[in-house]
Design a protein around this ligand. Sequence first.
Ligand code: COA
Length: 158
Amino acid sequence: MTTAIYAGSFDPITKGHVSIIRSGLVAFDRIIVAVVINPNKKSLFTVEERMHMIKASVDADARVEVDGFEGLLADYARKQNVRVVLRGLRGVADFEYELQMANMNRNLNAEMETVFIMANDYFYVSSSLVKEAATLGGDVSNVVPEIVARKLRERLGR
Ligand code: COA
């Protein structure tokens, strides 16, 4: 069974992330969506809320496991006994950062490889833009899963 880890902040998960997970499932039997626990980064949703929204967004697909991790991704992958990290590439702007991160991760865990999937429909979406638009009263329901649109409305009191 081939497994990949798809790590990120997912604050919140967007349709762009869901699309990468769906594409990833074409190549891998199982994907662990790993939410980074970073107490120094201000977030809109708690890790538990984010994990819940991820599960609901993938319709509790049995091939998708949702977890949280603290510390280095390279260590988490080792602990999970997984050798592939999945990343989405939205455009050239992502490339340099991804190249640096892939190489740093390889340096930290020589057994780990980063595999990239090209983002398609939602290449212009990011969690920050979603939060900014929603905070200012914009309708983001086209770019986030239904549960996220609902939770954003609740959180932002709309
Ligand atoms: N569709 C939509 N949005 C996407 C996307 C996609 N396909 N891919 C990425 N994004 C968005 C994310 O939502 C995020 O938006 P935000 O910055 O507005 O919140 C942004 O693009 C950056 O995403 P990403 O690069 O995945 O950052 P991240 O903070 O979500 O995750 C980790 C980065 C967790 C993978 C990385 O910091 C990490 O591994 N941390 C652990 C510590 C560690 O090992 N550090 C050494 C790394 S070499």
